[in-house]
Write a protein that binds this ligand. Structure first.
Ligand code: HEM
Length: 215
């Protein structure tokens, strides 16, 4: 982006930054305690890890309800509507253009925070992967009551395996996500923006077609 005049724009509101980092911390602690319960390593001790994992899981569920409520009431959910426009350009940029110093094909603005690839990934994450992780976790937790709830047609094995598969998918997301956050105009620019709310973008911004018009 060198050669551009830059300007600062306010992208992430206080609550958005709060939910992002709280969710990130909760998920990382859930992975840590979850893998211990699964027997991958020993850190807190099995009993303590189970207890922590359950408490963290319920905390995340409560936070998630607030996140969804915030997305719906602010209209920010529209930032997650997928578009195929420039999706290929963005994918090609991360596969090759970025290594040749090319410019990012999409610019950010308050009304278009996410590029087309982010829209698709964040939608899949928030609407499918995260809910599936929570639902299978809740089912796992209430296993002893399945008969009382009329849920005894479920297979514990399937529920457990879906929960594990989602956890590994989430870990894969996390690794790629953290790599992607280092690809701004310098290595910490995006991460700093997720703390301060302010992101630096080229001053000569051209509106993208998928901008959210909610006002
Ligand atoms: C598993 C935990 C995580 C999940 C589920 C997650 C999810 C998300 C989501 C949904 C967004 C879009 C937010 C929005 O609507 O504006 C986002 C943005 C972001 N995340 Fe995460 N995140 C996680 C962990 C992390 C970690 C550990 C870091 C940094 C080390 C990070 C850095 C960022 C940054 C910098 C952005 C803004 C990206 C941009 O717009 O270019 N995230 N994340």
């Amino acid at each position: 982006m060198s050669g551009h005049n830059m300007k600062k724009i306010y992208l992430y509101s206080k609550f958005e930054r709060f939910w992002h980092w709280t969710q990130a911390i909760l998920i990382m602690l859930l992975m840590l305690t979850g893998l211990e319960v699964h027997g991958v390593f020993s850190l807190f001790g099995f009993e303590k890890a189970v207890e922590l994992h359950n408490t963290l899981g319920i905390s995340w569920l409560i936070l998630f309800v607030f996140i969804i409520f915030w997305l719906l009431t602010t209209g920010e959910w529209k930032q997650y509507i997928p578009t195929s426009k420039k999706l290929f350009d963005v994918a090609m940029y991360y596969a090759s253009g970025i290594f040749k110093g090319e410019e990012h094909p999409v610019q950010k603005s308050r009304d278009a925070k996410h590029n087309p690839l982010q829209r698709l990934v964040y939608l899949g994450l928030s609407a499918i992967l995260l809910p599936l992780q929570m639902i299978t976790g809740l089912l796992y937790w209430t296993y002893n009551d399945w008969a009382a709830y009329g849920l005894d047609f479920l297979s514990l094995n399937v529920v457990a395996n879906v929960h594990m598969a989602c956890a590994y998918a989430l870990l894969a997301f996390l690794i790629v996500h953290i790599y992607m956050t280092t690809t701004g105009h310098n290595i910490t620019a995006h991460i700093a923006a997720m703390f301060s709310g302010w992101e630096e973008v080229p001053a000569d911004y051209k509106a993208e077609e998928w901008e959210v018009h909610k006002k």
